[in-house]
Write a protein that binds this ligand. Structure first.
Ligand code: NCD
Ligand code: ZN
Length: 429
């Protein structure tokens, strides 16, 4: 196995240091290291971070390989600085059996660019009626710990309670897509003045908040772990703060797009901005940033949701919800959280690597940059600014909400267990 000597990188944005990667691990970190035979990577000005971990990626395989595959999504992830991604269960067939989660896990190993960690469905076929075989998925080769019907809410409170009781036995977590379906029938965007004016049916904040309020009460009662997907409203942040203060084992994620964009994007009627939960108001964005900064929201998760052109080119009401996220996630977090002074680089590592790895109970990811740790890391150039060109993305889909937008920074190198998956901004497979 090759060894790499990364010269003058700035671990977590601190003082420049050399990082030696050998035998898949960080062998040493120090000043002026010289190692015969090691390949030298000049990293002046580049920030070294632990490899990012995504709790919420839609890879679309099996079933919609025209929109994304495990391989194309893995490439997008590596280019975004990720070394592990959780693959959501809303595939076709649904990932609700040991067989399907093992298939996704194996495809990820074959692609070899990131660790693809399958999420298991909570209910059979995501239908919200019967629990799937959670234990069999947990015991499978894929070692599933995160269970979610994402795309759908586990709306039945008794079923949600039973899911929480079940996953508790193996320290799993239920990741809830919080949407009371009876309050979002036909919904197209955030419900407010703007939806009324644009003539689009609204998705009220209360539809998300009602489920979060219910679920933190259930999680507290059962004593099990709950994770809330893509939190989008100021009220949700308040509820999470309340629940955490009372000792409920609840964690939450926010997406890059909910940290940057608002419902004003719907004025264009461009379906690229249609997403669940919808883009909210500027006040919500401010509350989400504050909640991520103070740790009420634990993690950033992309909700990378590739869609084929025909599913996104129609008029707004007919388009599918969802937007790409993997390749620009770190740049959006830098723009919204670092350049605003809300998070430092240690905070970025915590919210995008350490905490998601802990929530997913992953070993070997989210570890500090320290000798002896697995060499899962990325090198980021914060000085460049580039305009996003959807045609240049590695994803098989093109539905980026950042098209034409200038964003800060670029992932230059990514390493997965000491193997370079991205070199000079290009994927190696
Ligand atoms: N976020 C979305 O708008 N869509 C996701 C499902 C989801 O994350 O809810 C998808 O699978 O396309
Ligand atoms: Zn969702």
């Amino acid at each position: 196995m090759s060894s790499y000597l990364i010269k003058r990188a700035r671990p977590l944005g601190g003082e420049a240091a050399d990082i030696l990667v050998a035998d898949g691990r960080i062998a040493s970190i120090g000043e002026n290291l010289t190692v015969p035979g090691a390949e030298v990577i000049e990293a002046d000005g580049l920030i070294a971070l632990p490899g990012l971990v995504d709790l919420h990626t839609h890879l679309r395989e099996p079933g919609r390989e025209d929109a994304e595959t495990v391989e194309t999504g893995s490439r997008a992830a590596a280019l975004g600085g990720f070394t592990a991604v959780h693959a959501m269960a809303n595939t076709d067939p649904v990932a609700d059996t040991a067989g399907v989660v093992e298939q996704v896990w194996r495809l990820g190993q074959e692609a070899g660019l990131v660790d693809v960690v399958p999420v298991g469905a909570v209910t059979v076929g995501l239908a919200g009626e019967r629990l799937a075989e959670l234990g069999a998925m947990a015991d499978s080769a894929a070692r599933v710990r995160v269970f979610s019907d994402d795309g759908h809410c586990v709306a039945d409170p008794a079923l949600m309670r039973r899911a929480l009781e079940y996953v508790k036995a193996f320290d799993g977590v239920v990741a809830q897509h919080a949407e009371e379906p009876r309050l979002t029938l036909g919904a197209q965007m955030h419900e407010g003045d703007r939806s009324a004016r644009l003539g689009l049916a609204g998705w009220p904040a209360a539809a998300e908040e009602a489920i979060i309020a219910r679920d933190v009460l259930l999680a507290g009662h059962v004593g099990a772990r709950l994770h809330v997907c893509h939190v989008s409203t100021a009220g949700s942040v308040e509820l999470l703060r309340w629940a955490k203060a009372r000792g409920v084992q609840v964690t939450a994620e926010v997406t890059p797009h909910h940290l940057l964009l608002t419902d004003a994007c719907a004025e264009s009627y461009d379906p690229v901005f249609k997403v669940n939960p919808p883009l909210r108001t500027a006040e919500d964005v401010a509350a989400l940033r504050a909640g991520l900064a103070d740790g009420t929201i634990d993690a950033v998760a992309t909700d990378h949701a590739p869609h084929a052109v025909e599913d996104k080119e129609s008029e707004w009401a007919a388009a599918r919800p969802g937007m790409l996220g993997l390749e620009q996630a770190l740049s959006v977090v830098v723009e919204t959280m670092v350049e605003t002074g809300l998070l430092d680089w240690q905070g970025v590592a915590d919210r995008m690597s350490t905490r998601p790895a802990v929530i997913g109970r992953l070993t070997g990811h989210g570890r500090p940059l320290a000798p002896g740790e697995p060499a899962n890391l990325l090198l980021f150039d914060p000085a460049v600014r580039a305009t996003v060109d959807p045609a240049a993305l590695a994803s098989r889909s093109r539905n980026s909400p950042y098209a034409g937008r200038e964003l800060p920074g670029r992932v230059v190198h990514t390493f997965l267990r000491g193997v370079p998956t991205v070199t000079d901004g290009k994927a190696n497979r």
